[in-house]
Design a binder for this molecule. Structure first.
Ligand SMILES: [Zn+2]
Length: 511
C-alpha cells in the first residue's frame, strides 16, 4: 500500500475551500476510482490524468488506484483538480517526493499529452490558498499573470506535467510571474465627457449620479445620445481601491474571459448586456461551476441596460435582489453560490414602443394602451431604486455644427465628484453610509432633515399629489448630492429645485 497527498482549492462562487487530494495505491486488480462528490466534468479527470501520466513517460500503476477528494461534502466541479490528482498519484508512485507537497497548492487542467491548460477562477483560488497558509502555488502558465497579482505567496507557472515533476525533484525551474515594472501602463479610456456636445443638462445629471452613486434612467428617442452618455459614466467615477480592484479581478477570473489580466485594473467596469441576453448571462449561472453574470462583472462599476424595456420581464425582475443586497445568490442542486453585484444602474429607454414620440418631425403611432403596457414592463421595486430620470433630447443641428459649448471634461467632472463624495462620507460617517443614494427615506426625513424653508415647494407638491412619498425622498437624496457638489453645508431652495427636476418618476416614461 502506498499513500500520498496534495492540495488544491475548490471554488463555489467567490468562496474557496482547501481540497485534499489523497491517493491510495494497493496491489489489487487494476482500477482507477475518484471519490468525494465529483461531478461529471470531474469524473472525466480520470481519463485525462491517466493519459497525461502515461504520455509524459511516467506510466500509470497497474494496481488499484483510489483518489479521494475531501471534504466530501463540498461540491466540486471543473477540471482544475487534474494536476493535483496527477501529482498526488505520482507522489504515491514515488516519482516525486512527498515533502514539498505539504505547503503547496496545485491548480490546473491536464491535456492528454500532459500539457497544462488554463482554468477559470485562479485569482480567487490563489487568494484563498494564501489565506489558508500555503507558501506556494503552481498553476498553468496561462494563469500565471493573474495568479501573480496576489502578494505574499510564491506563484509559479508550469507548461506541462513533466516540468512540475522535474521542479519537485530539483532538476528544473518553473516560470515566475512578470514584475509590475515589466508591464505596460494601462492606456487611458478614449471616452471623455467633453466629447458630448449640446447635452449640458444631461451631463450635469450624470455628474450628480456619479457623485451620489444614484441609479439613473435615461428616456429619449433612438440616436439621442443615451449610450454615448452612459459609456462615459465610468470616466467620472473614482478609481477602485486595491481591495475593490482585486474583488473585480477575481470575478473576471471566474468569468474566464480568456484575457489574462496583466496588472490590477482600477478602472470601474462598464457592462452593457444586450436585451436578448439570457437571465444567466445577466444575473449569473450556467452549467457546472456557476459563472458570474453581467451584474457581477459590473461590480463597483456601471451596468448599462440599453432598450431596458425590451429585456425579458423575468430578467428585469431579477435585478431586484442585487439592487437591494449588492449581491446575487445562484441556487444549484449542489449548493448555492454568491457573487457580489454592487453596481450603478443606468437604464435607457425609448419614450414609446416605436421610439418616435417626442421627435418634432416624426409621428408616433403608439396607442396609449401600448405605451402603458410597454412602461409596465419595469416593476415597481426596480423603478423605486432609480433616483434620477433624465429626458434626453436629440441634439439640434446647431450643436452638431459646434455652435454650443462643450461641457466639462471627464477629468474636471471627476474632480468635482471626488470632492462631493468626500463631503458625503464625512457627513454620513455616523450613519453607516458612504453615498447619498444609500440613505433610506426615514433617515432623510429624520436626523438628516433639511430646513423647512428649503422644502416649502416640495412639501406643496406632496400635498397637491404631484409627487409620491418615494418621489419626495428621491428629491431629498438628490438635494444632498447637489449640495455636496456645490460645497454647501445644507441643501437650500436652489438645490431642492434642481433635485425636483432630476428626480425619477414613479412611471419610467413620466407619463
Ligand atoms: Zn410611438
Amino acid at each position: 500500500m502506498s499513500l500520498a497527498k496534495t492540495f488544491s482549492v475548490g471554488l463555489y462562487g467567490l468562496s474557496g475551500t482547501v481540497i485534499e487530494v489523497e491517493t491510495d495505491i494497493s496491489s489489487q486488480l487494476p482500477s482507477f476510482t475518484l471519490v468525494g462528490l465529483p461531478d461529471a466534468s470531474l469524473s472525466e479527470a480520470t481519463a485525462r490524468v491517466r493519459a497525461a501520466c502515461t504520455n509524459s513517460g511516467f506510466g500509470f500503476p497497474s494496481k488499484k488506484v483510489v483518489v479521494n477528494l475531501s471534504p466530501a461534502a463540498v461540491p466540486k466541479s471543473g477540471s482544475a483538480f487534474d494536476l493535483a490528482i496527477a501529482t498526488s498519484i505520482l507522489a504515491a508512485m514515488e516519482v516525486v517526493p512527498k515533502q514539498p507537497l505539504e505547503r503547496l497548492c496545485i491548480i490546473g487542467e491536464l491535456g492528454l499529452d500532459g500539457s497544462l491548460r488554463q482554468v477559470p477562477g485562479v485569482l480567487p483560488m490563489v487568494m484563498h490558498a494564501r489565506q489558508s497558509g500555503f507558501t506556494g502555488v503552481v498553476c498553468p502558465l496561462g494563469n500565471l499573470s493573474e495568479a501573480g497579482m496576489v502578494d505574499g505567496i510564491q506563484v509559479l507557472g508550469a507548461a506541462n506535467l513533466r516540468s512540475i515533476v522535474d521542479w519537485l525533484n530539483d532538476r528544473g525551474v518553473l516560470e515566475e510571474p512578470l514584475q509590475l515594472s515589466d508591464l505596460n501602463p494601462s492606456t487611458p479610456s478614449p471616452l471623455d465627457l467633453a466629447q458630448v456636445i449640446g447635452q449640458n443638462q444631461a451631463v450635469e445629471g450624470l455628474i450628480v449620479a456619479a457623485a451620489g452613486g444614484h441609479h439613473i434612467a435615461m428616456v429619449g428617442a433612438p440616436g439621442a445620445g443615451k449610450t454615448m452618455l452612459a459609456e462615459r459614466l465610468p470616466s467620472i467615477l473614482p478609481a477602485l481601491s486595491t481591495e475593490q480592484a482585486l474583488e473585480v479581478a477575481a470575478i473576471e477570473s471566474i468569468a474566464g474571459n480568456g484575457q489574462a489580466a496583466l496588472n490590477l485594473d482600477t478602472t470601474p467596469r462598464f457592462q452593457a448586456p444586450h436585451h436578448s441576453s439570457s437571465t444567466a448571462a445577466l444575473i449569473g449561472g450556467g452549467t457546472g461551476m456557476p459563472r458570474p453574470g453581467a451584474v457581477s462583472k459590473a461590480h463597483h462599476g456601471v451596468l448599462f441596460l440599453d432598450e431596458a424595456l425590451e429585456f425579458h420581464g423575468h430578467s428585469l425582475d431579477s435585478l431586484r435582489e442585487p439592487l437591494e443586497s449588492g449581491k446575487v445568490l445562484i441556487n444549484r442542486s449542489g449548493g448555492s453560490a454568491t457573487f457580489p453585484a454592487r453596481f450603478q444602474l443606468v437604464l435607457a429607454a425609448n419614450p414609446c414602443p416605436c421610439g418616435l414620440s417626442g421627435l418634432a418631425d416624426r409621428d408616433c403611432t403608439c396607442s396609449a394602451m401600448a405605451i402603458r403596457r410597454y412602461t409596465n414592463r419595469l416593476s415597481g421595486p426596480v423603478l423605486d431604486r432609480i433616483d434620477i430620470r433624465l429626458a434626453i433630447k436629440p441634439v439640434s443641428l446647431g450643436a452638431n455644427l459646434g455652435l454650443f459649448d462643450t461641457g466639462p471634461s471627464s477629468a474636471e467632472a471627476l474632480a468635482r465628484v471626488v470632492r462631493a463624495r468626500e463631503g458625503a462620507v464625512e457627513r454620513l460617517a455616523g450613519f453607516g453610509y458612504r453615498l447619498n443614494s444609500e440613505v433610506p427615506g426615514p433617515v432623510l426625513r429624520g436626523r438628516l432633515g433639511i430646513g423647512a424653508k428649503a422644502l416649502k415647494d416640495l412639501d406643496r407638491m406632496l400635498m397637491a399629489g404631484k409627487t409620491s412619498m418615494r418621489g419626495y425622498d428621491r428629491c431629498l437624496r438628490l438635494a444632498w448630492t447637489i449640495a455636496d457638489l456645490e460645497g454647501v453645508k445644507q441643501p437650500g431652495p436652489d438645490q431642492v429645485r434642481i433635485a425636483v427636476a432630476l428626480r425619477g418618476t414613479d412611471n419610467l416614461l413620466g407619463a
